[in-house]
Design a protein around this ligand. Structure first.
Ligand code: GLN
Length: 484
């Protein structure tokens, strides 16, 4: 059977050309055969998936319609799933079985989705390469010696290898967009507050946002319809009228003003990545879009500001893992302090510990003003840059990452070079703006991503631009030969 997209499968399920059970078995079979080479799943929920598929088939037989009815998907292992291990890529939560579903999972299940399993990720979503996972690194399906990006690298690799037609991701500083770029898939980080964070394990709460990853923009729109929406259980959830993100995909791009930030095309951008991005922009121009050179003058401050704000929030959020309530507990503690310190020392990996230490430091009484408060002010300047830019342009475009997927181990010893791989993605999180990455070309066999950043609530426009691009080019349809 030829592999289809999420949207294609939805059509075939509705037409009863295939049953949800057959479709689910097809993907479970692919995971069993092919995942050992890339390690994109931490947990495969075969029995639950087949039961959900049978339930979906009964609903389909009754003529019911729901946006994801009968469609297999994978969930990043950061989303709580009732009765299923939710590890967040950490030894700390290796034996944690969530007692409830995250809102995203609940919404997708209600929309009829069939969960195939939980995908691998950087520990507590901290990383850009998926090498910090307790379950071992994920490998890039385009070249197993290279990283898939992170932290949603398991989801990106699973979609790229077609082990799932779509998956969820989360993006705190680029973790949907950068792995999407590295693996040649489409991923969308929505406006902060669009998608509920309830039951999504917290890393840096003012930046974290869940979103869809799939082959195409059209598929991401279908997923987002199910994922997005107001949730009273998340105090930062946005109260917005319901929107159908698939509705505007076919609008043409005539007169669309695309801002090209000077700072996103400067030194440090790999020359071949630059060439691929410029070729992609030419396609958008041919479809009627008008490029406008713009400046985001505080771009250079986004990585340093992020590496104060994100660790600060992480140090606070991760204080809950104390060995008492849930998660890893050391054996034979001498006293309470020993229980805390040894449980945390054993449960967390090196990168997580580094962030907790930095975060505790920047929040301490003596340094709060110098670091944390300063970073919050810089954050405001970055948001202002975008506010000004969106007075002139409709969307902003540029590379998703300055480089190609790098080799496993290449940056492990140098955290700062790893942090710089998010140099073009982090600003959107600091400002709360939506951002999308889509496959825009290749260098050798390796994918290159084009990033689109939109104004607040403008996800539909990002998806529209990406869909128009995907009508013209076939980059999003390519798949790695080893997984064909
Ligand atoms: N790579 C960034 C970090 O390590 C972003 C991670 C993310 O978006 N979750 O913090």
């Amino acid at each position: 059977m030829t592999l289809d997209t999420l949207t294609g499968w939805a059509r075939r399920l509705q037409a009863r050309e295939i049953s949800s059970r057959e479709l689910t078995e097809l993907y479970l079979g692919r995971i069993e055969r092919l995942d050992s080479g890339i390690n994109s799943f931490v947990t495969v929920t075969r029995d639950e998936a087949l039961a959900a598929a049978d339930a979906a088939d009964q609903r389909l037989a009754k003529g019911e319609r729901a946006p994801l009815l009968g469609l297999p998907v994978a969930q990043k292992d950061i989303f709580c799933t009732r009765g299923v291990r939710t590890s967040c890529g950490s030894r700390m939560l290796d034996s944690f079985v969530a007692p409830y579903d995250a809102s995203v999972v609940e919404r997708m299940n209600a929309a009829g989705a069939v969960m195939l399993g939980k995908t691998n990720m950087d520990e507590f979503a901290m990383g850009s390469s998926n090498e910090t996972s307790h379950y071992g690194p994920v490998r890039n399906p385009w070249d197993p010696e290279r990283v898939p990006g992170g932290s949603s690298g398991g989801s990106a690799a699973a979609v790229a290898a077609r082990l799932a037609p779509a998956a969820t991701g989360t993006d705190t500083g680029g973790s949907i967009r950068q792995p999407a770029a590295f693996c040649g898939v489409t991923g969308l980080k929505p406006t902060y507050g669009r998608v509920s964070r309830y039951g999504m394990i917290a890393f840096a709460s003012s930046l974290d946002q869940g979103g869809p990853m799939a082959a195409s923009a059209e598929d991401c729109a279908l997923m987002l319809n199910a994922m997005a929406g107001f949730d009273p259980r998340d105090s930062t959830s946005l109260q917005r009228p319901d929107e159908d993100f698939t509705a505007g995909l076919d609008r043409d791009l005539k007169g669309l003003r695309i801002g090209l930030p000077r700072e996103y095309f400067g030194d440090g951008l790999h020359p071949e990545v630059r060439r691929a991005v410029q070729d992609a922009l030419a396609v958008l121009r041919e479809r009627g879009a008008e490029p406008v050179e713009i400046s985001l003058p505080n771009s250079g401050l986004s990585v340093p500001a992020y590496y104060v704000v994100a660790p600060a929030e992480c140090s606070s959020n991760l204080a809950r893992y104390d060995g008492v309530r849930y998660g890893h507990r050391c054996s034979d503690p001498r006293d309470l302090m020993d229980l805390y310190t040894r449980s945390r020392a054993e449960g967390f990996g090196a990168e997580v510990k580094r962030r907790i230490m930095i975060g505790t430091y920047v929040l301490s009484a003596g340094y709060y003003d110098a670091y944390y408060l300063k970073a919050q002010k810089v954050r405001r300047l970055i948001a202002e840059d975008f506010r000004r830019a969106f007075g002139e342009v409709d969307v902003i475009a540029g590379p998703t990452s300055p480089e190609l997927p790098f080799r496993l181990g290449e940056k492990s010893a140098d955290p700062v070079s790893m942090y710089l791989s998010d140099i073009y993605t982090i600003a959107a999180n600091l400002a709360g703006l939506p951002g999308l990455s889509m496959p825009a070309g290749t260098v050798g066999s390796l994918p290159v991503g084009l990033q689109l950043i939109g104004n607040y609530f403008d996800e539909a426009r990002l998806l529209n631009v990406a869909h128009q691009f995907q009508q013209e080019t076939g980059w999003h349809q390519r798949m790695p030969a080893a997984f064909a």
